[in-house]
Write a protein that binds this ligand. Structure first.
Ligand SMILES: C[S@@+](CC[C@H](N)C(=O)[O-])C[C@H]1O[C@@H](n2cnc3c(N)ncnc32)[C@H](O)[C@@H]1O
Length: 259
């Protein structure tokens, strides 16, 4: 299904995408891990590119993004994105040295088809940044908004399905989330819980758009009350000084066709 602004996944970025660029800046430490996984590639395909987070600037990048609201948030230093979906990539076989997809595969309508297309058009590594659905609920936000995390867990594909869709050996690399992570996904606020009281910060995490406004308001009120009373700090306060969090975030790297 494509929404009004062309959004092709299960989230409608015409409705929720406007604050995305402000809250979902690429984090340089996560970017460095992606850069390393792309190896020496000179040409890179970025699928579900959104506003361009994590897109290398020192290689020739082709970006694919179906949502008009996301395409207009791309900074001028990045090439405009092509309006297409991963399930039907308008490129020939082996067109790119490497490909990447960050925080997007959980939104695709056809995971196997989309991954198969990425693999078809790419000679070298295919690099996927995503979350392990079986680890999502371990995050403290589950105490307050279990439906939000259950939604996330339902949407993220199991890693076995990703490996199967790519059809090559896949290396799984845990991504440590830095305390001051600039990319505002839910776990990025592990040690800064007050950030999740901000409606715009929540809107930039699409799982919040799948619960009702009443549900979100009750979850946020419970969190605010625990922050006020000190109950959150009594349980989780050590996270306020923990430099990294190992949560559900992983890089999956499919080796190249010859590798
Ligand atoms: C959460 S955003 C991530 C954007 C960017 N990669 C990042 O890391 O910030 C997910 C993006 O995937 C795009 N998307 C959803 N379904 C898609 C599909 N079938 N093919 C390509 N992109 C898709 C959405 O339009 C959205 O821009």
């Amino acid at each position: 299904m494509r929404h009004g602004d062309g959004s092709a996944g299960d989230a409608d970025y015409g409705r929720i995408g406007h604050s995305y660029g402000a809250y979902r800046q690429p984090d340089p430490r996560i970017a460095a891990m992606i850069e390393a996984a792309l190896g020496p590639a000179e040409t890179v395909l970025n699928v579900g590119a959104g506003a361009g987070s994590y897109e290398p600037t020192d290689r020739r990048v082709t970006a694919v993004e179906p949502s008009a609201s996301m395409r207009v948030q791309r900074p001028p230093r990045l090439a405009p994105a092509i309006d297409a979906v991963t399930e039907r990539l308008p490129f020939g076989d082996d067109s790119f040295d490497a490909a990447m997809a960050t925080f997007t595969i959980h939104q695709w309508t056809d995971l196997a088809g989309g991954l198969g297309e990425m693999r078809r058009v790419t000679r070298g590594p295919v690099v996927i940044l995503t979350c392990d659905p079986f680890e999502v609920a371990a995050f403290w936000l589950n105490d307050y908004a279990p439906e939000v995390l259950a939604t996330e867990a339902r949407r993220y594909p199991p890693f076995e399905a990703i490996a199967e869709g790519l059809g090559t050996p896949v290396e799984r690399v845990a991504v440590p989330i830095p305390f001051d992570c600039r990319d505002g996904f839910n776990e990025a606020y592990y040690g800064r819980p007050e950030m999740l009281l901000d409606p715009a910060a929540r809107l930039a995490c699409s799982a919040w758009s799948f619960v009702t406004a009443d549900y979100a308001a009750a979850a946020v009120a419970a969190l605010a009350a625990d922050l006020d009373s000190g109950a959150w700090d009594a349980r989780y306060g050590t996270l306020r000084t923990q430099p990294h969090y190992l949560g559900s975030l992983y890089l999956l790297v499919s080796s190249g066709k010859a590798g």
